[in-house]
Design a protein around this ligand. Structure first.
Ligand SMILES: N[C@@H](CCC(=O)N[C@@H](CS)C(=O)NCC(=O)O)C(=O)O
Length: 211
């Protein structure tokens, strides 16, 4: 089994943190997104979408998408649970995870990709829209969505220790990777979001955060 990975990229990091929390070690194949290796023929034979991460099982099955990969490992090794433990918490993890991914991670990507010179001709990740030029107006849209997401994050963390309740979950992992990724685009959690700062300090200190 092996994980196609990219050390600098935020979505592969979500999987690495998830695996580190479970104590699972995998062989990895590093793919250079910055240099465009993911858009080249060799990687596109592995993942025609040109996206990372991707998990390859020993029988050759290839699984892309962070949530799908994490779901696989949750089934294979349920402890410690990172996707909820009962109907209520499982649903809440999915819900909050999606908020952090769609309103957070994707919005941060929208800001970053439409403003960073290195991605001037790669406005969207992956092969589907390779060569599409940056659209500067999207920076403001991404920024607003992200600010709203940070407001929601603060609200959730005012209600419980972690993003989806009293247990660390994939929702925290996605939120942590989003906050760090937003920092690349110089968007910070507002200082008065005290719950988020309390949470950020705690989750970044977990050994998995360095994965
Ligand atoms: N929804 C996908 C997102 C994957 C994604 O966007 N990955 C980025 C790295 S963070 C990527 O592969 N980028 C390729 C590129 O920039 O061309 C998932 O959950 O795996």
């Amino acid at each position: 089994m092996k994980l196609y990975d990219c050390k600098i990229a935020p979505n592969p990091r979500r999987v690495r943190i998830f695996l580190a929390e479970k104590g699972i070690r995998l062989d990895t194949v590093e793919v250079d997104i910055l240099g465009g290796e993911n858009l080249g023929e060799a990687y596109r034979r592995i993942n025609p979408r040109g996206l990372l991460p991707l998990l390859e099982l020993d029988d050759g099955t290839r699984i892309d998408e962070v949530v799908a990969i994490c779901r696989y490992f949750e089934e294979v090794q349920p402890e410690p649970p990172l996707l909820g433990t009962d109907p209520r918490s499982k649903a809440l993890v999915v819900s909050r995870q999606r908020h952090m991914e769609f309103d957070g991670m994707i919005a941060a990507s929208e800001v970053f990709r439409n403003s960073a010179p290195a991605f001037a001709q790669r406005s969207l990740p992956g092969a589907a829209a390779a060569g599409v030029a940056a659209i500067p107006q999207l920076v403001e849209r991404g920024r607003r969505t992200l600010e709203h997401c940070f407001g929601e994050l603060e609200r959730y963390l005012g209600q419980s220790e972690f993003v989806a309740g009293d247990r660390f979950s994939l929702a925290d992992i996605t939120a942590l990777c989003t906050v760090d990724f937003a920092g690349w685009a110089k968007i910070k959690v507002p200082e008065h979001h005290l719950n988020t700062h309390r949470w950020y300090k705690a989750v970044s200190a977990r050994p998995s955060a360095a994965a």
